[in-house]
Design a binder for this molecule. Structure first.
Ligand code: SF4
Ligand code: SF4
Length: 111
């Protein structure tokens, strides 16, 4: 019997069965610092934050903005974190949210 139920945010939508074991904590994979757009940091979609190190750690961790402090791991982490490269994790993150085309467009790729 499980000790306690995971919060709802760790449950994948019914049309998106998780392929990876459920993750309930951040493993520091860096995907959420590279995939989404973050207005507070002027960070475009699909582009790694300027403060993200090559080790996928935040270079301004102690002074990172509230949007980063308040970000919580959820079921998407279990989908992206096990992938072997940041590029693959970002691609998967964008695919989950249907943002691949938008990311390519905002990066100036030909349409
Ligand atoms: S995507 Fe999830 S596991 Fe990866 S760094 Fe962000 S919160 Fe952590
Ligand atoms: S400021 Fe740090 S925590 Fe926030 S997106 Fe950039 S690297 Fe990630």
């Amino acid at each position: 019997m499980p000790d306690r139920a995971l919060p709802e945010r760790f449950t994948a939508p019914p049309d998106h069965a998780p392929r990876s074991p459920l993750t309930s904590e951040c493993s520091g994979c860096g995907a959420c610092c590279a995939a989404p757009d973050i207005h507070a940091l002027h960070k475009p979609l699909g582009v790694a934050c300027a403060h993200l190190g090559t080790d996928c750690r935040c270079g301004i961790y102690l002074s990172r903005p509230a949007v980063c402090r308040n970000y919580e791991p959820d079921w998407v982490c279990g989908e992206v974190a096990p992938l072997p490269t940041l590029e693959a994790r970002v691609r998967r993150f964008l695919r989950i949210y249907g943002l691949e085309d938008e990311a390519a467009t905002s990066a100036g790729a030909p349409t």
